[in-house]
Design a protein around this ligand. Sequence first.
Ligand code: SF4
Ligand code: SF4
Length: 303
Amino acid sequence: MPTAPKRAGLLRVLLRQPHRYRSLRGALALASLAIVAAPPLLGLGRLDLWRGDHRFLGEPVTFAKALFGGVLFGVASYLITFVVNAFGGRLFCGFGCPLAQANRLVEQVGAIPAGRPGRGAPIAGSWLFALLFAAAVLHWWIDPRLWLDGSASARAVAAGVLLLGTALIQAHAHRWHWAFCRGWCPVGLYYSVVMPSTAFGIRFSPATCIDCNACDHVCPVDLRPRELTAEVTRDEGFAIASTSGVHHCLSCGDCVEACELVLTKRGVAPIALTLAAHPFGRAAAARQLRRASDSASCRSSGR
Ligand code: SF4
Ligand code: SF4
């Protein structure tokens, strides 16, 4: 599923200059990969399909116990992102998820027309990230010492699996793209349901909005950032229809980036959209969001 044409057009402009959210997101997505890769690389936990050197808390164990350790790691990671969700909504989806970052890196390639100079670095970056992602997952299943001590055939099989994983991540980013985040990711949607209202999230100040709609066009999951309390009626995957946009917002800040670009160019301040914490907590944040959404829907019905 390719990037929506209007989002692709905006990205061509936005990606010409660095942005603090992009730098932060790149660092956090790499940190997520490092967290996934650390236990097997440090020998703390893994299943070893190569020579059966399964580990749990650094000790040699049976396959079943190592599998239990892997499940425990998954549950612990889930709980950490769950706590983040309590404060920042789907902040992990917007800033820490490696799969979403793979989408973004592929979009960076697409933002430079074929044949133009400058495509080499983003292409290499997107494949390298996919390779690191695949390697982080693969080493839960094989001892990394295979690359040094393994037979030629064992290394060839592992390399084949690694390349297949890399290609699948790239294929996902090219074909399925944001549809997964929008309707299918069970983790993100579960977080949305259990903690839809947080003090941190998108804030809208109608006073300086010039109704350019750039925020609507750039949203990767097809929300209207100015009207996040409006009901989302989509029928896609696991997405829960009849919940508000707040439930589906990734807290990715793309709409804020677009708004900053448009308003800064025109010398308008303050920026109408921000990604921020409300100083008076969740209830105040929800009230402000509702007022802003009502105001935006009045403006759009009057257009
Ligand atoms: S509304 Fe803004 S922050 Fe939320 S998903 Fe859309 S672009 Fe990202
Ligand atoms: S990008 Fe900013 S100025 Fe443009 S419509 Fe959205 S909120 Fe208003």
